[in-house]
Design a protein around this ligand. Structure first.
Ligand SMILES: [Mn+2]
Length: 451
């Protein structure tokens, strides 16, 4: 982890921006909790991962913490965190404690988390609105605080009259990445690309999927990334056609394609790359045809990632290219428009072309154009228009084709699953590809694997 206290201003700016929006919407108090620690088994915990929203606003990565923001003439940001405790710190590690945390992270005030519930009641008093991430676990405690105030209304204190969801507000903020975030994401993309290169170089028939997973992990950790951003997918042969497969123990066979979907998390930010390559280093016949088609679809998609285009445009571009190619390969019948209209392509391409990327691999932020009309008669994916892309958004572009054994499919195509995924920043004038440090063309991949 980088040291977020070197970037206090970044987090202070985000809190100020949120407070300004709250103030604009009538004021109130926002309450956001840190993620809990999760028990794994016996005396073991899962590695701790902070809550993305909490971290976005604080840079504070300890569990047992909460943030309270109070809008107003003099906005306040108050941290609750664990007190210093020498005994616990010997076993579990360093704690800042409220005093040092306030100083280092630039909060208005900081208190012991043990006082959170009691203090929250006081902070909610006489406020018009409570802002919270609805459904994220604090709802009950906020309701208790409101109930407490109502029961004591004779003393003149008023309970908040409304509760508002912070998720859409924070989603909009997180959707547009700032300079600080883009710098980290560039580095995460570079490390993940190096990991894919390493896995391709090491691949040869006779190894097992977990061997390649180990190469990915080696590169992530030796370059300082905290962990994979999600469970790495390494699927060989038939496993390449299982969308949420994980690296298992299947032997990589001569003639297989190997699909790797993996990316590191660096300073909390995800990267997300997929590459597909031949186990023996040489694309053959049908493998090559499918690969070239998916690559053409990805190129058409990336060209549609521009400010002012809709989020759905790059998916639609991939559908058109893939459907056209599938008809030429005689895997689909009829016309391109017909096969798109009937959704016939979904037999081989059953997922969307991408998603937002950031602190979460499927990052926060609305996909819909919330001002567009809702049409319940339209096909599901077309009931409301997707939003326009804008500079600072980061998306993945990841079309794929997955061909399972079937009587009506020539055997040469069986068990070929190909997906190609890169991380793309929407810029003022076009886009920036964060993950082209790993080769993508047939010639480049074959050249890399020959070495
Ligand atoms: Mn992805």
């Amino acid at each position: 982890m980088s040291n977020p206290t070197q970037h206090i201003a970044v987090y202070q700016r985000r809190r100020a921006a949120l407070l300004a929006q709250m103030q604009h919407a009538g004021g109130g108090v926002a309450v956001i909790e840190a993620a809990p620690e999760l028990h794994r088994n016996a005396d073991s915990e899962f590695p701790y991962r902070f809550d993305s929203n909490f971290y976005y606003l604080t840079g504070f990565a300890e569990p047992g913490a909460a943030l309270v923001l109070i809008a107003g003439e003099q906005p306040q940001s108050i941290l609750f965190c664990r007190e210093k405790n020498e005994e616990r710190e010997i076993w579990d590690g360093y704690r800042h404690g409220p005093a040092a945390a306030r100083e280092l992270f630039g909060f208005t005030a900081a208190h012991d988390i043990e006082t959170f519930d009691a203090t929250l009641r006081e902070l909610l008093a006489n406020q018009p609105t409570v802002w919270t991430l609805m459904g994220a676990g604090l709802d009950g405690r906020i309701a208790k605080g409101i109930e407490h105030l109502r029961e004591r209304s004779r003393n003149g204190q008023l309970a908040p009259g409304s509760v508002r969801d912070l998720a859409p507000v924070l989603g909009e903020m997180r959707l547009i990445k700032d300079v600080h975030e883009l710098a980290i994401m560039r580095e995460a993309g570079r490390i993940s690309a190096a990991a894919h290169v390493r896995a391709m170089r090491h691949c040869k028939p006779g190894l097992r999927e977990y061997h390649l997973e180990a190469e990915l992990l080696h590169e992530f950790r030796t370059q300082g990334a905290e962990s994979p951003a999600y469970t790495s997918i390494v699927g060989t042969g038939a496993n390449s056609c299982i969308l949420h497969y994980r690296a298992g123990n299947t032997e990589i066979k001569n003639g297989d394609v190997v699909l790797i979907d993996a990316g590191c998390e660096l300073h909390g930010y995800a990267s997300d790359i997929t590459r597909t390559f031949p186990a023996n280093g040489k694309f053959m016949g049908e493998q090559r045809a499918i690969y070239e088609l998916v690559l053409a679809a990805q190129e058409a998609s990336i060209a549609a990632v521009r400010s002012g285009r809709r989020f759905s445009d790059y998916h639609d571009a991939s559908v058109r290219t893939l459907t056209d190619g599938l008809i030429q390969l005689k895997l689909l019948e009829g016309t391109v428009d017909g096969a798109i209209e009937s959704l016939a392509y979904r037999r081989f391409y059953m997922h969307g072309a991408g998603h937002w990327l950031g602190l979460d691999v499927h990052d926060a932020g609305e996909y819909m154009d919330v001002n567009a009309p809702y049409n319940p008669e339209a096909p599901e994916a077309k009931r409301r228009a997707r939003r326009l892309l804008a500079a600072g958004m980061v998306v993945t572009v990841e079309p794929g084709l997955y061909i399972r054994p079937a009587k009506d499919v020539p055997e040469g195509f069986w068990n070929i699953g190909v997906r190609i995924e890169d991380d793309i920043v929407v810029t003022e004038s076009g886009h920036e590809n964060l993950t082209r440090g790993v080769p993508v063309t047939v010639a480049e991949i074959e050249a890399l694997m020959r070495r």
